[in-house]
Design a protein around this ligand. Structure first.
Ligand SMILES: [Cu+2]
Length: 178
């Protein structure tokens, strides 16, 4: 069998080199989009501000199933909520000195909060066993970015920064400032 190690290694290098330009869709300089797919025709979203998307398809009941909130569903000791609730992309390489622009393109409120390590947010049923983070505890420490809202992080130090949503703690982005 031919030794594929060297060609595979080269392929990985090529993919790694291409990743920043292909994985990060930049619109008006934005780097991360917070997304969801709430269905605006479902009144169940109403209690906490409603759903402001024109065309989302996920009912609140479907969201609950993915978030292990349904009564009687088996508890799963990992935090994997509804996959449509996500930060896109989940990994960003940011040149030092460039600002990190984040937009909420979903129909629900989200936070984009820097944390020392990923953990639980401030909605206990969505934490799936994660310990709530103090950084997420209040609206003052982790303000909600409403649908259509933007936040801009400048002067990020070199190194790895972890950001998550304090409402949906599986919405995560790692920013590597280089
Ligand atoms: Cu969120």
């Amino acid at each position: 069998m031919p030794n594929l190690r060297a060609p595979l290694f080269l392929l990985v290098l090529v993919i790694a080199a291409l990743t920043p330009s292909t994985a990060i869709a930049v619109k008006d300089g934005e780097k991360v989009r917070m997304e969801d797919q709430c269905d605006p025709s479902d009144p169940a979203w109403g209690a906490t501000g409603g759903c402001q998307l024109p065309d989302g398809t996920v009912s609140e009941a479907e969201f609950r199933v993915f978030s292990f909130m349904t009564t009687g569903s088996p508890f799963v000791a990992s935090v994997i909520g509804h996959p449509a609730w996500r930060n896109n992309p989940g990994f960003v390489v940011l040149p030092f000195g460039e600002s990190l622009k984040v937009t909420n393109e979903g129909g629900r409120g989200h936070t984009f909060t820097e944390v020392p390590d990923f953990g639980g947010g401030r909605v206990p049923p969505l934490n799936a066993g994660l310990t709530p983070l103090t950084q997420c505890a209040t609206a003052a420490s982790a303000p909600v970015i409403l649908p259509g809202g933007r936040v801009d992080f400048s002067n990020l130090s070199e190194g790895v920064h972890k950001f998550q949503c304090c409402l949906h703690p599986w919405m995560r982005t790692v920013v590597s400032v280089e």
